[in-house]
Design a binder for this molecule. Structure first.
Ligand SMILES: Nc1nc2c(ncn2[C@@H]2O[C@H](COP(=O)(O)OP(=O)(O)OP(=O)(O)O)[C@@H](O)[C@H]2O)c(=O)[nH]1
Ligand SMILES: [Mg+2]
Length: 236
């Protein structure tokens, strides 16, 4: 099974290499995570292809989709800077099933932003958001990565188990944006992804604008920050 999975991902990866013409300014890697069945694959399919797949075919290990977007840079006050960038989005789709956990968390390190998803019709998937958050803090590029919390299946209003207020409070506690989406209708799907892209781009712009680290003693060695060794600071 693992061999099949590797061949599948590899062939998709090679397809990306041949399909991409290199005509973009940024390659941004985002990753979707959350319990099995919350709708990660369906959400990404809706975002890239504007279609809904009602069938549940659980993801084996990891997969990805891609999309080109034009990103318009904005000032801190929300007004546009007039600068636009061509962005190639790589959207990594992880398996929610426990048996793939060590494989999927290994992919967290390479992602620049995260769509942390739960199912609005499943209280358990919402409770598990805290566990996914710990996994992220332990395995992402830093302890405070860019994340958007997504409550999916908003169209199933009569089956809802998680209230908007509850989810919003959790997102506020983590200091991250929250969206209620529907992969079935497409509601808020684009907005959730674009908000995450905006956070990632803003972090990158901050890094570009930051002056280079001063030499510590004139011998060219970079000055070390106050972080203890091994701590994953969100440095540029
Ligand atoms: N009604 C409704 N159904 C949805 C929505 N999103 C996903 N589904 C359905 O939920 C089921 C599971 O969706 P998947 O996208 O396969 O779930 P997943 O999170 O990728 O699951 P794993 O790959 O096992 O981690 C499928 O039958 C989807 O059609 C939604 O917004 N509304
Ligand atoms: Mg899936």
């Amino acid at each position: 099974m693992y061999l099949n999975m590797c061949v599948c991902v590899l062939s998709r990866f090679l397809a990306v290499i041949t399909m991409t013409d290199g005509d973009y300014d940024y390659l941004i890697k985002l990753l979707a995570l959350g319990d099995s069945g919350v709708g990660k694959t369906t959400f990404l399919y809706r975002y890239t292809d504007s279609k809904f797949n009602p069938k549940f075919i659980t993801t084996v290990g990891i997969d990805f989709r891609e999309k080109r977007v034009v990103y318009t840079a904005s000032n801190p006050n929300g007004t546009t800077t007039g600068k636009t960038f061509k962005v190639h989005l790589q959207l990594w789709d992880t398996a929610g099933q426990e048996r793939f956990r060590s494989l999927t968390t290994a992919f967290f390190r390479d992602a620049m932003g995260f769509l942390l998803m739960f199912d609005l019709t499943s209280q358990q998937s919402f409770l598990n958001v805290r566990n996914w958050m710990s996994q992220l803090q332990a395995n992402a590029y830093c302890e405070n990565p860019d994340i958007v919390l997504v409550g999916n299946k908003a169209d199933l209003a009569d089956q809802r188990e998680v209230q908007e207020k509850q989810a919003k409070e959790l997102a506020d506690k983590y200091g991250i944006p929250y969206f209620e989406t529907s992969a079935a209708t497409g509601a808020e799907v684009d907005k959730a992804v674009i908000t995450l892209l905006d956070l990632v781009m803003k972090r990158m712009e901050q890094c570009v604008d930051k002056p280079p680290a001063e030499p510590a003693n004139g011998n060219g060695a970079a000055k070390l920050g106050s972080a203890p060794p091994g701590e994953k600071k969100c440095a540029c």
